[in-house]
Every structure is written in structure tokens, then in C-alpha cells.
Write a protein that binds this ligand. Structure first.
Ligand SMILES: Cc1cc2nc3c(=O)[nH]c(=O)nc-3n(C[C@H](O)[C@H](O)[C@H](O)COP(=O)(O)O)c2cc1C
Length: 180
């Protein structure tokens, strides 16, 4: 099974990217995990550059979506909203086929950001029939370094429910596949 994990932050020491890497480190055997944290490489979406004019970098990104069995997104809140880079990536997806029906779940590396989460849930449930709103993981990682996050995730006293989140999401994907 292939999981694409998209970080809504292109920041090098991103807490959201670090959370996705932590989830990757706990993925069961047989699950191929790709953490994508370079939404800043995608040009600004315009309908004038769809179809044959689609930039190569966008087509490459869409190919990683196409081959993924499921997508996990972790994003910061910027000015009470979805960061422009992540919204831009979703704008590129919307008139294409790759994301339709794709299982998607959210994780979030902050105790804040509920306005962004509400908006992102609305957007994702619009672009995919299989956005799984009820499968969600949140961790209070704001201000921590990637190393601190790695340690936080390893420390079982923090009771981060990553294995439960992963088994719920992977199980839901298998169920969808078995019904196809
Ligand atoms: C431009 C900008 C706007 C932000 N706006 C908000 C906000 O509206 N609400 C909030 O809780 N945090 C806000 N933050 C803080 C980030 O969400 C927070 O630092 C987050 O941990 C960054 O994620 P990252 O570590 O993955 O880059 C903002 C940060 C930036 C850079």
C-alpha cells in the first residue's frame, strides 16, 4: 500500500512535516510512505495552464497522487485559513481525475488552527468522495524542533494515538478497495 503524506508547510523545520515523518516511522511493514513537503515548487494555478499546457512539475505531483492508495495531509493554519501553497495544490487537482474518490485523512501538529481545519475539511469533502473526516489525529507540537518531535512521538507517555490513526486509515482504504 502506498501513502502520500502532504505537508502544508514548506518550512524546513516544519512541525507538520515532522509529524508526518513520525507517522512514517510507525507505518506497518508493507506500507510505502512518501512525505511531500515541497508545495512551494508548484506554480500558481491558472485554468489557462491545464490540459496540454500543464507544467511538468504539476504533472509529476499529480502522478504521485495517482499512484497513492491514500493521502494524509498535515497543515498549519495561516491567518485563520488554509496556507496558500496547499490551497494552490488543491486548485490544481480540482478539474482532474486523480483526487476523485481518493481516501484522504487529516492530521494536525497544533492545538490551534480550528478555522483552517474547518475550511480544509469543506474543501477536501468537495474534491474527494472519500475524505474521512472522522479519522483524525492532533498533536500539540507547535514550537517544537523536528528532533523534539521525534522524541515526543517515541515517548509513549505522550499517548499519541498514531498506531490507532494508521490502522483506522489503512483499514478504511482496504474496505474501499474491497468494495471497488
Ligand atoms: C503567515 C503565518 C500566519 C499564521 N497564522 C496563524 C493563525 O491564524 N492561527 C494559528 O494558530 N497560527 C498561525 N500561525 C502559526 C503557525 O500555524 C504555526 O507556527 C505552525 O506551527 C506552523 O507550522 P509548521 O511548523 O508546520 O511550519 C501563522 C504562521 C505564519 C507564518
Amino acid at each position: 500500500m502506498r501513502i502520500l503524506a502532504i505537508s502544508g508547510s514548506a518550512r524546513e523545520a516544519s512541525t507538520n512535516t515532522a509529524l508526518l515523518r513520525g507517522i512514517e516511522s510507525l507505518a506497518p511493514e508493507g506500507v510505502e510512505f512518501l512525505v511531500f513537503h515541497e508545495l512551494n515548487v508548484l506554480p500558481i494555478f491558472s485554468p489557462d495552464f491545464e490540459g496540454e499546457k500543464t507544467p511538468t512539475v504539476v504533472n509529476e505531483f499529480m502522478e504521485t497522487i495517482s499512484v497513492a492508495d491514500g493521502i494524509i495531509i498535515s497543515s498549519p493554519e495561516y491567518i485563520r485559513a488554509i496556507p496558500g501553497g496547499l490551497k494552490n495544490a488543491i486548485d490544481w487537482m480540482v478539474s482532474r481525475s486523480e483526487v476523485v474518490g481518493k481516501p484522504i485523512a487529516l492530521v494536525h501538529a497544533s492545538h490551534r488552527g480550528d478555522d483552517m481545519l474547518a475550511s480544509l475539511r469543506l474543501v477536501l469533502s468537495t474534491v474527494s468522495d472519500n475524505f474521512m473526516e472522522n479519522i483524525f489525529l492532533r498533536a500539540p507540537l507547535i514550537g517544537k524542533s523536528p528532533k523534539e518531535i521525534e522524541d515526543f512521538i517515541r515517548n509513549s507517555e505522550n499517548k499519541l494515538q498514531i498506531p490507532t490513526f494508521l490502522s483506522s486509515f489503512l483499514g478504511a482504504i482496504q474496505q474501499i478497495d474491497s468494495q471497488a
